[in-house]
Design a protein around this ligand. Sequence first.
Ligand code: HAM
Length: 429
Amino acid sequence: MPTYQLQRGTYDAYDDDALNLDKLQEILKATVSLYGFNPIITPIYEQTELFTRSVGESSDIVNKEMFSFVDKGGRNISLRPELTAGVMRAIVTNKLYATRDLPLKYYYCGPAFRYERPQQGRYRQFTQFGVERVGVTSPLDDAETIIMGYSSLLMIGFPRVTLKINTLGDEKTRDNYRAALKEYFAPHIASMCEDCKRRFETNPLRILDCKDPQDREIIAKAPSMSEYLSDEEKAYFKVITDALERFDIPYELDTTLVRGLDYYSHVVFEYHYTSDDGTNLGAIGAGGHYDNLVSEVGGPMLSSVGFALGLERLNSLLKEIKQEEYEKPFLDCFLIYQGEECQTVAFDLAMMLRFNGFKCDLLYQNKNYGAQLKVATRKMTSFAIFVGEDEVKNHRFNIKNLETQEQEAVAYDDLVAYLDEHLEVHHHD
Ligand code: HAM
C-alpha cells in the first residue's frame, strides 16, 4: 500500500486546533457583525489575470507564489493568494455596487494559497478572515475598519496588539516618491540584494520592505514618504490617527510600511503581536485603503478599505497566551444499554433527545456497561441514561449524574423536562 504524505506547507487540524480555529471564526464574525458586516463567499480559484492585475505584477505573491495551472478548457487559473480580488470581482460580476446601499460591507473566511517557503506561521494553504468596505467616502470609514480589526483581536483574547500604520498618499504622490527613491537608491543598488534590484525596476517602494540587514542600513537613510504628502493627504490621515487616539489605541507610525500587495493607497496598517517569550510570527493581520480595484476589474471608481487576519497565526499565538481555554466539547447525555432489543430503544431515544436539542451519543459496539460508562466520561457527558430490559418494559429510565454520581428513575414522558431542569447550561436554546 502506498503511504501518502501531508503536502509541504499544509497541515491537518484536529482536537483543540480545529476547535480553536472554529471558535476564532465565530468570535470574529460576531465582532464584525456589530459593525454591520455581512458574509460573502467567492470561489477558491479565479482567472489568473484577476490576481496579476490587482495584487500586482511586481508583488512577490504574483511573481513567485501563485498556484497556477491551465484547466482542461485551456483557461489560465490560479488558486486565490488572498480574497480581496475575488470579492471585488464578485461585486462587479453581480453589480452589487449598483443595486445595494453603499458602502458595501462584507466579511469572508476561507483558504488562500501561496507557494511560500514553509516556516513557523507560514503555510502554503492558510485561512484568512477578512472584511472589505467598498464605497468609502470619509477617513472615518478607514478609522472604523482599523478599530474594528483591533477590537476583534482584543475579543479573541490578545492582551496587547501593536498597530503599525502608514499612509502612502495617492497615485501622484507615490509617483513622485518613487522617483525620489529611485534617485536615492541608484548609487547603492548594485550592492543590494537580488529582490531589491528587481524592485528597483518594478516598484522601488517595495525596497523599503526589504529585511536584509545590510540593505536596511541603506534604507534607513532613504527619503521619507511624509515629505511627499500633500496637505490634504496629511489631513485625511490625521482624522484616522485622531480617532485611534480617542479610543486609546496605541499605534506606531512606520513610514517604511508599504505592504506586499500593489493595490494600496492612503492608509495601510498591520497588526502585530509579540508573546512574552518574544515570538513574533510577523503580522497577524494587515490591510489598507485602495482606490482602483473595483475599476480595475471592470466596475466604477469606488474607494475601499479592508483587512485580513491569518487564522493559523492567531491560533498558534493563542496557545502561548494560555488565556482561558475555549469551551471544550461535551455531551448532555449518553445512552447505555445491552442487547439488541434495548439497542433499538436506545437508538430511538437518542433520536428523540437530539430532536429536542440535547447533545446525545451512544455506541453500537456491544460493549459492557462499564466500558460504555468510561467512554461517556471521556466525552465529558453530564448524564448517563440506562436503557435496560426493565427500563424498557416500565418506560422508566435510570439517569445518573456523572458528576455527583446521583441516580434517579425518570418516566419516558418526563425525560425532556427532567434534562431541561437539571442541565445547568442550555446550549440548545
Ligand atoms: P496580507 O498581508 O497578504 O494581506 O495577508 C493578510 C494576513 O494573512 C497576514 O497578516 C497573515 O496573518 C496571513 N498570511 C499571509 N500569508 C500567510 C501564510 N503564508 N501563512 C499563514 N498566514 C498567512 C492580504 O491578503 C490582503 N488581501 C488584506 C486586505 C484586505 N487588504 C485590503 N483588504
